[in-house]
Ligand binder design. Structure first.
Ligand code: 45D
Length: 196
């Protein structure tokens, strides 16, 4: 595991990777049934992660931002304050400073542009960050929202049915899978200036 995160629910992840390992050991003490079951179990989890990501990407831009926010409020206490890592955030510091200086409506526009992959300077600066730094960036934005330095969520925002479903699926998964989903969705945001 990367970083100094402490996970509330790290055991299921370890267990499932151990299960994978056992399957690869040519030891006849494993019945084909237990092998098949563990493969099915892992495949189901992969399916759950992939389908959740797929539905997420089809949400409206506002719903994507709202789901991220609600995921943050749900996961908030599983992520230790040190986890996203000050070192990692330094790479996003210029971007975050720029954002702090914006008006609330500019901040909202910037986040909508990232989610919509609009090609502008902010989206390109975001695009060169690593997956974990992108996560750390969003994490920091939500912390800034809590501190009142970034535009808050409207308290009466209504998620669409698909949005509510994505959020529900995320809640059902364990921390490791939640991170996988979040990494996939935030990696897809912004614009990679080095891509063809
Ligand atoms: O480095 O008016 C590890 C709308 C360790 C509606 C980690 C709105 C390694 C209209 C633990 C893996 C809703 C659009 C890292 C307004 C490591 C409207 C993990 C506004 C980094 C105002 C870190 C909406 C993790 C807004 C798991 C403003 C990080 C929405 C997770 C803003 C971070 C939403 C998450 C934001 C961050 C959501 C889930 C900023 C979510 C941020």
């Amino acid at each position: 595991m990367e970083g100094k995160a402490t996970y509330k629910q790290s055991l299921p992840i370890i267990n499932s990777s151990l299960r994978n390992l056992q399957v690869m050991v040519p030891d006849m003490s494993f019945s084909t049934d237990s092998i098949r079951n563990s493969f099915n179990y892992n495949n189901q989890l992969i399916d759950a992660v992939n389908s959740t990501v797929k539905v997420f990407k089809n949400l409206s831009v506002d719903d994507q931002l709202a789901v991220l926010w609600f995921a943050y409020t749900e996961m908030g206490n599983s992520i230790t304050p040190a986890a996203p890592g000050a070192a990692r955030l330094q790479l996003a510091e210029g971007l975050l400073n720029q954002i702090k200086q914006m008006s609330h409506s500019e901040q909202l526009q910037m986040m909508r542009d990232l989610a919509a992959k609009k090609n502008n300077q902010i989206s390109r600066s975001y695009g060169i960050l690593s997956a974990n730094t992108k996560l750390a960036f969003w994490y920091e934005l939500s912390e800034l929202m809590v501190k009142g330095l970034v535009i808050p969520m409207p308290f009466n925002y209504q998620l669409s049915r698909d949005g509510a479903q994505v959020l529900e699926s995320i809640k059902q998964l364990d921390f490791g899978q939640q991170i996988t989903i979040l990494r996939k969705v935030v990696t897809d945001m912004g614009v990679d200036p080095l891509a063809d």
